[in-house]
Design a protein around this ligand. Structure first.
Ligand SMILES: NC(=O)c1ccc[n+]([C@@H]2O[C@H](COP(=O)([O-])OP(=O)(O)OC[C@H]3O[C@@H](n4cnc5c(N)ncnc54)[C@H](OP(=O)(O)O)[C@@H]3O)[C@@H](O)[C@H]2O)c1
Length: 402
């Protein structure tokens, strides 16, 4: 018997609501709140059980606290934007409610994300006997749990970790991002960074690439090294890891568009004056680009996200790839969203379920790899994101060696 308040009625929020609504025995009451209440109502109309909706500005702590005091949920699931993480955490502390999100805090004025701001809440949440679970999406989220699972069941020590995110789907549009365009482009145009021998090493944006051969008929795709937030927490919590990197696939078409947009200044986040108005180029670009939610009915093909790990077990070297394959069209048939929102929304629902069932509940601020991975991994198989572990010898092992 639990009541959940979901904040953010975008692509991911829609999937979280659909998946929570499928489990009335866990999520007895659901409230969906967002900046634009019509979007909450449109999602509510797709469900076969009633939920409540509300309007809230999640940048405004008193407004959030008033909503929390009115609804008295057991848990807040934040699937608005990373800019709102701290205000929602503040409101949860004030109202005495547990907190969960899928992306770490990012200040709007700098394209920089790191856990320091949210980890700084450790004492406040502990003292309030409340918990905050950070990053319960796919990456971060499932990738952290995969790493913890490999460590628990397959390795005595993990030495190298490559997190690899492939979207082999095609939406047929000339250029679109598959989640919030502003957040996506900030992430992709940032410098690459990876962990090696106890320190961070930086690379120019998208300057390192390899060709990785993906399973499930996806085949070979070019992957690019990027910085991603789970690298920070995983290397902190598994300090034995000597090298940790994150890779993502991009089509040549996507990269060409991004290059041109960058060259003309459209991906900038500094305000510029336009005919007497101050605008931020990237926010204006977001207005022009397709809404990621509109890609749902158009996207065909599969995603494959996984962790390639090497290490030792009983003195022997081992190399394994643990991954999920998700089909865009199957996701749309189930919850009216493409696989990117689906692969984020399902783990968000499972993270919430772990907290509400008491399987992952302790006061403080936690990353996903800090809990027992087993119940979460079981639920991935049950609720739409089945996974496999395979030997990663052969061509891929050579490709990722250095
Ligand atoms: N961990 C992962 O694997 C992963 C993967 C993808 C995305 N994510 C994260 O998931 C989150 C949601 O992504 P998305 O693709 O669903 O984004 P989206 O489609 O842009 O949705 C964001 C929603 O948040 C609402 N919102 C924004 N600012 C708000 C505010 N101040 N107050 C209340 N509501 C506000 C928006 O309202 P409006 O509709 O009024 O604009 C929108 O409904 C992001 O934090 C993203 O980084 C995580």
């Amino acid at each position: 018997m639990a009541k959940v308040l979901i904040i953010g009625a975008g692509g991911v929020g829609s999937v979280v609501v659909h998946k929570c609504a499928q489990l009335p025995e866990v999520f007895t009451e659901i409230v969906l709140a967002s900046r634009t209440e019509e979007k909450c109502k449109a999602i509510a109309a797709q469900l076969n059980r009633p939920i409540k909706t509300a309007q809230v500005d999640a940048d405004n702590v008193p407004e959030l606290v008033a909503l929390l005091n009115k609804e008295r949920p057991d848990l807040v699931v934040n699937v608005a934007l990373p800019y709102q993480d701290l205000t929602i955490m503040d409101a949860c502390l004030e109202a005495g409610v547990d907190y969960m999100d899928t992306a770490n805090y990012e200040p709007p004025e700098t394209a920089k994300f790191e856990y320091s701001w949210q980890w700084a809440y450790q004492e406040k949440f502990t003292n309030a006997n409340r918990m905050a679970l950070l990053g319960s999406g796919f990456d971060p989220g499932v990738t952290n749990v995969y790493t913890a699972y490999l460590k628990k069941h397959y390795f005595d020590e993990i030495h190298t970790l490559d997190i690899i995110d492939c979207n082999a789907g095609d939406h047929g549009m000339p250029f679109a991002t598959n989640f919030n365009p502003e957040i996506n482009i900030r992430e992709v145009t940032a410098k690459g960074r990876y962990w090696q021998d106890g320190e961070w090493r930086e690379t120019d944006p998208l300057s390192e690439s390899r060709v990785f051969n993906f399973p499930a008929e996806i085949g070979p795709k070019k992957i690019y090294l990027m910085y991603h937030e789970e690298l920070e927490s995983i290397t902190k919590h598994l300090p034995e890891i000597k090298r940790a990197r994150f890779w993502m696939t991009f089509s040549d078409n996507y990269l060409k568009h991004l290059e041109v947009l960058g060259n003309v200044g459209m991906t900038g986040i500094e305000p510029v004056m336009h005919e007497g108005h101050e605008i931020i180029p990237l926010q204006f670009l977001k207005t022009l680009l397709p809404d990621p939610a509109s890609l749902g009915p158009l996207t065909k093909g599969k995603t494959c996200i996984g962790c390639l790990a090497t290490g030792v077990k009983d003195g022997k070297t081992r190399r394994l790839f643990i991954y999920n394959i998700c089909d865009h069209e199957a996701c749309y048939a189930e919850v009216k969203s493409q696989a990117i929102s689906y692969t984020t929304g399902v783990p968000a629902m499972i993270g919430a379920k772990m907290i509400l069932e008491g399987k992952w509940r302790k006061p403080g601020v936690w990353n996903m790899e800090q809990f027992d991975p087993d119940p979460f991994m079981e639920d991935l198989n049950l609720y739409g994101l089945p996974w496999q572990v395979s030997d990663a010898e052969g061509a891929n092992a050579d490709t990722m060696k250095d």
